[in-house]
Design a protein around this ligand. Structure first.
Ligand code: AMP
Length: 299
């Protein structure tokens, strides 16, 4: 079964203490779509400008990502630049140039509207709503977000979380949204906003799922070298939803394994700049890390 992914399709300029790489393929939808493509067919909804390099379109195609929903518009592709501190956890946004995203209205091709699994990757909540409005009874909808939308589009975001099955956010965003430093209390408060499942990401410390059957605490795959964590959160949620789509059936039954597959997929993202390492990954590499994670958490 297929996964529909909407989010940003961007050019990322990334600076770490060791290197600087301009105009890499990035964006929440790019990372999530490539991650999901290891498990299931992916339909992409996004927008790029005329400056978007052809080799990036070819990269999507190599991952068999359906591009019927990718608009190519006059103007510049969304450009984000960020800089990491020495510890590689703290990141500072240097610039955000919206370009063609500023006037983006996502129109879903007819064949997209019945996609059973929907990933509303990080983009303005109004656009996430717009995609959802066009869907016909999706089976499972996951939304991701970022601190920016908590600051500038909170009413839209609060309306959105009522409409989704699972809401994914990182620990600092959860603290911000609920005004609570305690993860357990924070999870309870987010459930009250609507979603059946809530997943809080904690970077290198893994993630925690809260749902009708209680908590599931998942580790991140331990890495001895992090080159660039940009997009790890998007890869996590993309891998998770791709895995669920590959299994079909009862979501609850597969959700914990899906989270572990998300963790394993995201670990590859961190090992190279942009999507460079992820795109060299094959399904077998991910399966090996899933097995390794399974061993690590068995007791
Ligand atoms: P992550 O590291 O998982 O937080 O995701 C980083 C990705 O988010 C980068 O590839 C950026 O292009 C993208 N991004 C940065 N700012 C925004 C924004 N305001 N809206 C949507 N995506 C963004």
């Amino acid at each position: 079964m297929s996964v529909l992914v909407v989010g940003t399709t961007a050019l990322d300029s990334i600076k770490t203490p060791k290197a600087e790489n301009p105009r890499l393929l990035g964006g929440s939808a790019s990372h999530a779509a490539v991650a999901a493509s290891f498990f299931a067919p992916v339909k992409l909804v996004g927008i790029v400008g005329k400056d978007f390099p052809k080799r990036y379109i070819e990269l999507y195609r190599r991952h068999k990502i359906d591009l019927a929903g990718l608009q190519i518009a006059e103007g510049k592709t969304f450009h984000w630049s960020g800089e990491y501190e020495v510890n590689m956890n703290n990141r500072r946004t240097l610039t955000t140039e919206l370009g063609v995203i500023e006037t983006f209205t996502p129109h879903l091709p007819e064949a997209y509207k019945s996609s059973p699994y929907v990933l509303l990757a990080n983009i303005a909540p109004a656009l996430q709503h717009h995609v959802l409005d066009q869907m016909r009874k999706p089976k499972f909808v996951v939304a991701d977000t970022m601190d920016l939308w908590l600051n500038i589009a909170l009413p839209d975001l609060l309306r959105l979380v009522k409409r989704v099955d699972a809401f994914v956010l990182n620990d600092s965003e959860a603290r911000m949204l609920t005004d609570d430093d305690n993860t357990v209390r924070s999870l309870k408060k987010i459930h009250k906003l609507g979603p059946k499942y809530v997943i809080i990401k904690k970077g290198e410390h893994g993630s925690i799922l809260s749902g009708p059957n209680g908590f599931f605490v998942a580790p991140a795959f331990p890495l001895d070298k992090v080159v660039d964590p940009t997009g790890a959160g998007d890869s996590f949620v993309g891998g998770l939803l791709g895995y669920l789509a590959s299994k079909g059936g009862d979501v609850e039954k597969h959700l914990r394994r899906a989270i572990i597959h998300g963790s394993a997929t995201a670990s590859f993202c961190c090992e190279g700049f942009g999507l460079s390492r992820t795109t060299k990954t094959v399904a077998k590499d991910i399966a090996e890390r899933v097995t390794a994670l399974e061993k690590m958490i068995k007791f």
